[in-house]
Design a protein around this ligand. Structure first.
Ligand SMILES: O=c1[nH]c(=O)c2nc[nH]c2[nH]1
Length: 455
């Protein structure tokens, strides 16, 4: 169901701010020929009936069933595309062992483009079916396979930012999987930026991102060179930051300074930077991120395995740090941004309440740290969009129509709504906690249907 040039009448749910959701019941949303929202008319607006009637007469009206809801598409702010074949396994060891034992050998296989195609086709299709309309991807060190990932996103219609991973330190990276030199990694990043900029039919749907894996796998020359490249071309930057005791300690012992301080030193903290994890940010680091406009990709699923801590979302938001959510495949064992929202809420409750039953309740947790479903949903949509400065994530004029149709009555539904007890205000929680892929009956990017079975 392509909605470019159409007028959609239905129930829209979004979370433009951090303070709750807005339900636009029976609203009329107009989408232009290139998939941008031009007008949103709520039911209380005096022009509502006339606009709907005009669209019906023009034959452009699409009326969605009363029990369905339309949500903004999800923004996955941190995901390792090549690790998809490893999803759901190999989480039995700490990060530094996991990388060398499982992950570098798997990522090295993307020198084989046939394998890369098979894996990336499956991933992008599955993500779209799960409602992920925008993804910020780590690819691998390989130029060709990184291009292929971007081309598959473009062909399938997913909004994507793709990074050729840069990792050159021979002390930290295995000989079979690393950039030959800092120069080669920087040139490879530039080549991907140029290639995607010139890709026929792209029009900005896919972009390249400077992607130093993390400080422990990069030489200073590489970090400096990518900082200079970023300043020159204004591209996005993504990396991992202060993610575990080991990683945080590594950077402190190498420089006597934190990840955030050093990334700033190398020119890698910009308004276009997304830092995955960031669990051990100090209050001063948070101030630094806020001053630079850099964002955090909170990855609650993988943090449970690798982080040794829970990211304090509330503390970061209080310091005006921009925050979104990421699956962190395959450190996070789910491709579902619904699952990530659930875990973000649960992890925040554990941070607040504490987890060690041997401690007295008043010393077990950190007060005021819980988040609720509306805030998790905000982070998964508008928060991620804001972190990337992309006009998506809410329903408003000027935004791309990136959206998910949720049908509680779809075949195979895992949602159960009971009119006798449910209020309309319960709907978002019911969706986040109980919806699954069969319920996401249509997914749109820029008004183009990119997944689903809705007629
Ligand atoms: O969760 C993670 N996944 C990775 O691939 C990675 N590389 C560095 N640090 C990392 N953390």
């Amino acid at each position: 169901m392509d909605v470019r040039g159409k007028v959609i009448s239905g129930r829209f749910l979004h979370a433009p701010g951090q303070d709750g959701i807005e339900i636009l019941a029976d609203a009329v949303v107009e989408v232009d020929a290139i998939g941008t929202i031009t007008r949103v008319t709520p039911t209380a607006d005096k022009h509502h009936a006339a606009r709907r009637a005009a669209a019906r007469q023009a034959g452009t009206l699409i009326e969605l069933p009363a029990r369905t809801a339309i949500l903004p598409g999800f923004v996955d702010l941190h995901i390792h595309a090549p690790q998809y074949p490893q999803l759901g396994k190999a989480l039995d060891v700490p990060l530094e062992v996991w990388l060398h034992r499982y992950t570098f050998p798997l990522e090295a296989r993307y020198a084989d483009l046939a394998f890369a195609r098979k894996s990336y086709e499956a991933l992008v299709g599955d993500l779209l079916a799960g409602g992920t309309t925008t993804a910020l991807y780590f690819a691998t060190v390989h130029q060709e396979a990184s291009r292929l990932l971007a081309e598959i996103c473009l062909a399938k219609g997913q909004r994507a930012l793709v990074g050729k991973v840069a990792m050159d330190d021979p002390e930290a990276c295995p000989p079979y999987y690393r950039d030959e030199s800092a120069r080669a990694a920087i040139d490879g990043t530039r080549a991907l930026i140029d290639h995607l900029g010139a890709l026929p039919g792209n029009g900005g749907l896919v972009k390249a991102v400077a992607t130093p894996r993390f400080i422990p796998s990069c030489t200073d020359a590489l970090l400096e060179g990518l900082g200079a490249l970023t300043a020159e071309c204004g591209c996005h930057v993504q990396t991992h930051c202060s993610e575990s005791d080991w990683e945080h300690g590594h950077v402190l012992s190498r420089y006597g300074r934190t990840d955030a301080e050093m990334l700033d030193h190398f020119g890698l903290l910009t308004r276009r930077t997304v830092l995955a994890h960031s669990n051990f940010l100090t209050p001063a680091d948070m101030d630094r991120l806020a001053a630079r406009g850099s964002a955090v990709a909170h990855c609650p699923l993988s943090n449970a395995y690798f982080a040794n801590a829970v990211f304090p979302i509330r503390a970061a938001l209080a310091k005006q740090v921009r925050v979104g959510l990421g699956t962190d495949i395959s450190g996070g064992p789910s491709a579902s941004m619904l699952e990530v929202q659930r875990m973000a809420v649960a992890a925040s409750r554990m941070l607040e309440g504490g987890v060690d039953p041997d401690l007295p309740a008043d010393r077990r947790g950190r007060a005021g740290m819980r988040i609720d479903v509306p805030l998790a949903f905000h982070l998964a949509t508008a928060g991620g969009a804001d972190a990337l400065d992309l006009p998506v994530g809410t329903f408003a004029p000027g935004k791309h129509f990136d959206a998910i149709l949720v049908d509680p009555d779809a075949p195979g539904s895992t949602m159960r709504l009971f009119e006798e007890v449910d209020e309309e205000s319960d709907l978002l929680e019911k969706i986040v906690y109980t919806a699954s892929r069969p319920n996401l009956t249509c997914v749109w990017v820029g008004g183009r249907a990119v997944s689903g079975h809705s007629g």
